[in-house]
Ligand binder design. Sequence first.
Ligand code: SF4
Length: 377
Amino acid sequence: MLNMVKNASVQATDIYKDPYGYTYSEMVGVLGEVEADKFYRELYSGSQSSNKYKTITIKEIFRGPDTQKYAFELSDGYCIETVSIKRKTGTTVCVSTMIGCPVGCIFCASGENGFVRNLTPSEIVQQVILINGRVNRIVFMGMGEPLFNYDNVIKSIHILRDRKGLDFPTDGITISTTGPLPQMKKLREEHLKIQLTLSLHATNQHVRDYIMPHMKGYDINEVVQSVLSYSERHNRSVTIAYLLIPGVNDRANDVKQLGRWFRDKNVLINLLQYNETDCKAVRRPNKQELVAFRDKLNKVGLTVKIRESRGGNIKAACGQLVSRLNNRNMSAPKKKGASELDTGSSNNAGSSSRLKPSKRRYVNNKSKNGKKGSSHK
Ligand code: SF4
């Protein structure tokens, strides 16, 4: 029996205006089964006629050997970035969930730019549809903290996995998060078999607060426990992303603490290398430093992979490309004000998250010259 979702506030005109923001059953609730069936097929079959329903357009594409970076222009004139990475097994798409980001990680151009607004479910889904290639992995790892745009991200996942549409396997979807606690608790209770990556980057509160200034309100131990709790509840491995910053988070105590937290747990540590060389705030570790730290973690019983950044040659670092484009467009769109943010359950495109958006803005930021690195959530 079809699980039809009736939403009294949704009209047929809303659906025809921006149809990529609706699940099949929502469409059935408004348009009826026959029309919804026909329309969903048109939207997701790749036919030319579906182009008129797209609300985002390709502004620029930067091509590297195995990485392509797309700048998409949204209907309000802002640009976002989406990266596609070709692998032997298929294509991974790294999608954005916000314009800018309120978290303000010291190594990230998106954080440098501040927060403008959340992306809608439709804007998230269309990033996947507009990428060329056989997409078999979607990672929520581009601009923005996905869990501060909780409802829209979860809705986009429901649309992406809709059997009548893309029918994307949930197992192939990864959310990469800095770990805001209320949203981590909510995510734990979702009946979604998504992969989870926690951007940890530190082993004590002081260092994490330095690296991610706007996550200060979240106790690092509780953040770690929340990701372990997700792993246990869903009986699946989780990934800990750890951007190695020599002299900051590569000390003996860091090794010990990581061992205490993650030894004998269903956890993979991804050791990351910063993308660019000219951000003054952090120094890029060389290969030997990465290998040495990995070996120390191995010795305390942890499973570790070194992930070197890809796409640096086409400025695939998160936020760099759109910084330039959004600077160029600054006279066109109007940015949202820096309001106090709630717990990230907003279902619209406006401000969400309990954090104050960074005061740093697109104008006058360093990253327009490509000087900051990637999103490493
Ligand atoms: S790394 Fe991710 S969470 Fe941090 S500022 Fe960049 S986009 Fe935001």
